[in-house]
Design a protein around this ligand. Sequence first.
Ligand code: NI
Length: 230
Amino acid sequence: MKNLQPRPKLSLFGELPQDSRKENKDQVRTYGELSVGGPFELVDTDGNIVSTESLKGKWVLLYFGFTYCPDICPEQMEMMASVVDIAKEEHDIDVVPLMITIDLERDTPEVLAEYVAEYSPKIIGLRGTEQQIDNVCNHFRCYRSKGQAYDDPQDYILDHTVTQYIINPEGKTVGYFMSNRNLEERVPIFLDHVQKYNEHKAAMSAKENVQPSILDSVKQLIGLSSSPAS
Ligand code: NI
């Protein structure tokens, strides 16, 4: 049964090239979940709990960083905001962008709130206890290491993994962007994941709806069915 789900439009960057799946094979293998990620429960800058449970039903982009990051994080935050805006404006897909700070010491709720707002009012800055941040970092294999502070103990750098994760409405990590992916690549990769997810969902429900009637027809054909008489 072919699914009837409409394909997402790709107006900004044109049609997805035929061989895009081959091109993006590192990140867009098949419909499926990656082995990274896992349930988490953190707190936003207003004190609300944001968890795997509260995010169910939504597409999520997840990024680990810190507000004092001199150049890598700002670029990643900008791209995250752009992917979210393009998904909404051109494809009507709602995406929740999350930035988890790995620098609890300096990224107070106020600092974090101000920082994420610079990039997008949609980005949610998340904090937690050291243990909660450790756990979520471990789930997503985010490496972080505090560099040496010299004159000022508050003046340090955090070395960290620069990866943005794509989490589907069921809370499963289905893809990621390495730091070197530019925006023109990220949008079609993301849309491809949405399309695969929708196709998968459509195929699953088609299977549920159609299978019994096919079975009935076959039964009738081979004379096993009693339905016409009964
Ligand atoms: Ni950074």
